[in-house]
Design a protein around this ligand. Structure first.
Ligand SMILES: *Cc1c(COP(=O)(O)O)cnc(C)c1O
Length: 213
């Protein structure tokens, strides 16, 4: 339930000495209808994450009366970058420069930049999206040159059964970039089964899907 998840986030903030309201909730709605999203919105939730462009556009049309903050968190195909850049406020799954350049180009006519998280393949899994830890700094530097993008931080999807050290590693990568002068305020990590561990390690945004039902 939404209210229960929010309570658990607040409890974890206190338990792990994180600032109150330092952790935002992204409601991941790939498995929820537009009607259900409207219920979440009416209960106070404003940030929603979607994985599939076509589904998201259909829901967005139905919910166009609501000032929702839309996050794209799915795999990005380069021929979809135009619609993604024009319909979302955030893209959390950027893992290569060619995609960032296309998103930047298609955002040119907007007054506000597109918020970006770099997806890091934190457990170096063979079949998973995400830039490797060793390539991260280069990609962050490249993205920072793009005027219509605003680099906000990192996003990770750990492997199944990942340990606390995975979250801690992501936090250290983020800190490393901050020390080099990148102005980052977002560390997007933690899902329904592990968000409290992610909060303990420094997450600023948990992405919850199943836990909302
Ligand atoms: C589906 C999904 C989530 C939410 O996962 P749950 O286990 O349902 O909480 C979070 N992040 C990404 C990238 C997802 O695809």
């Amino acid at each position: 339930m939404l209210s229960l998840i929010i309570q658990k986030i607040r409890d974890a903030e206190i338990k792990y000495h994180r600032g109150i309201h330092s952790v935002a909730l992204l409601a991941v709605t790939k498995n929820y209808s537009a009607e259900k999203m409207r219920e979440f919105y009416n209960a106070g939730q404003t940030a929603f994450g979607e994985n599939y462009l076509q589904d998201a556009l259909e829901k967005k049309a139905v919910l166009s009366d609501l000032p929702i903050e839309w996050h794209f968190i799915g795999h990005i195909q380069s021929n979809k970058t135009k619609l993604i850049a024009q319909h979302f406020d955030w893209v959390q799954s950027v893992d290569r420069f060619s995609i960032a350049e296309k998103l930047n180009h298609h955002r040119e006519s907007f007054s506000s930049p597109l918020n970006i998280c770099i997806q890091v393949n934190i457990d170096a899994e063979e079949a998973k999206s995400g830039v490797s830890a060793s390539e991260l700094q280069k990609l962050a530097t490249q993205i920072s040159t793009l005027k219509h993008l605003k680099l906000r931080g990192l996003m990770i999807i750990p492997k199944i059964g990942a340990s606390q050290s995975t979250f801690e590693k992501a936090f250290l990568l983020q800190q490393g970039l901050i020390e080099q002068g990148f102005m980052l305020d977002t560390l997007s990590m933690g899902m329904s089964d592990d968000f409290e561990a992610a909060i303990a390690a420094g997450s600023t945004m948990v992405r919850i899907g199943r836990g909302l039902s």
